[in-house]
Write a new protein. Structure first.
Length: 311
């Protein structure tokens, strides 16, 4: 089967975008994996399926589905949302500057700005463990500002991974991971996030700690693991290990979750610049039940078509 696609990226988080507004493609898990494969397919962190608004919905312009590069469907993608509005405008599917889009579990408001950036109303964050879901039973907790931090044991697997990698286990202590325990704040941005504050985001061992946290059994459906270095009250450096995708150059919902957790701990102001490996995102949250606003770039890389296997 041959399909048309558009390759896009937002702050280095890259996507294969499919227009399914007229007809659904009904791709299999293996076909999503093929499209995302950087050697045999197109290559992407996620696949975005642009679809018509749900039947009977009011004030909704489109809906969309997100599949990670492992083929699994996920709830939300902030960088993908920015690319979404750029795609539908470029393809002539709408002339609106502001659109509303139905995701798996919430409605997003997306606005294209005159300077080429896109602002996304990401909705209000949630902090109750059941919203992720996350099981905190029996865990040590501490208060940091109005935020609750949970201490997770990473167990012997971390030390085993360190030994395999030839890294001295003293590395654990100097990177805020004492005795293989890690303090996290949990945030739902429509998808689950765990945020850990580190001394140095560039040297922190995301390659080993990221997958251990992302697949921790306390998170029933996995979690996106964020590692935040606070530069000052209005600037952070962030790396995110995404469940089902691995570490990406940027994660929009991860940036929102990190900033929100920092604000609740009294460490950040309401407007924060988030530096990722892929570029700069700007997050604005006024606290309480207010929505998190995210602004960043969305770029079309190229358009083409590809033959995908019938698997």
């Amino acid at each position: 089967m041959k399909i048309k696609f558009t390759k896009m990226q937002g702050a280095g988080n890259d996507f294969v975008v499919l227009d399914e507004t007229r007809a659904r493609l009904h791709l299999s898990t293996a076909q999503y994996q093929f499209l995302a494969d950087r050697h045999f397919g197109v290559g992407a962190d996620q696949i975005l399926s642009v679809r018509a608004a749900p039947v009977g919905s009011q004030d909704i312009d489109f809906s969309y589905a997100i599949h990670n590069n492992d083929g699994g469907e996920v709830e939300h993608c902030g960088n993908g949302a920015r690319c979404f509005v750029r795609f539908v405008r470029d393809q002539g599917l709408t002339t609106k500057d502001t659109i509303k889009v139905q995701t798996m579990n919430r409605v997003l408001t997306l606005q294209a700005t005159p300077d080429g950036q896109v602002t996304v109303d990401m909705g209000a964050p949630r902090f109750d463990p059941i919203s992720l879901p996350f099981d905190p039973a029996g865990l040590a907790i501490k208060q940091s500002g109005i935020a609750t931090l949970y201490t997770l044991a990473l167990g012997d697997k971390y030390l085993e991974n360190q030994a395999v990698a030839g890294v001295n286990t003293a590395y654990v202590a100097i990177n805020n991971v004492a005795n293989c325990n890690i303090d996290i704040a949990v945030v739902s941005m429509g998808n689950p996030h765990a945020v850990h504050i580190v001394n140095n985001a560039e040297t922190f061992d995301v390659a080993h700690i990221g997958p251990l946290l992302a697949t921790h059994p306390r998170f029933d459906r996995g979690v996106n693991a964020g590692f935040m270095q606070i530069v000052n009250r209005s600037n952070i450096i962030l790396r995110v290990y995404e469940r089902g995708a691995g570490e990406t150059l940027a994660c929009g919902t991860g940036a929102c979750a990190a900033v929100v957790s920092g604000i609740r701990q009294g460490l950040l102001d309401s407007k924060v610049a988030v530096q990722t490996h892929g570029g700069l995102l700007r997050i604005d949250w006024q606290g309480g039940d207010s929505a998190v606003m995210m602004t960043g770039p969305a770029t079309k890389v190229f358009e083409s078509e590809i033959e995908i296997p019938n698997v």
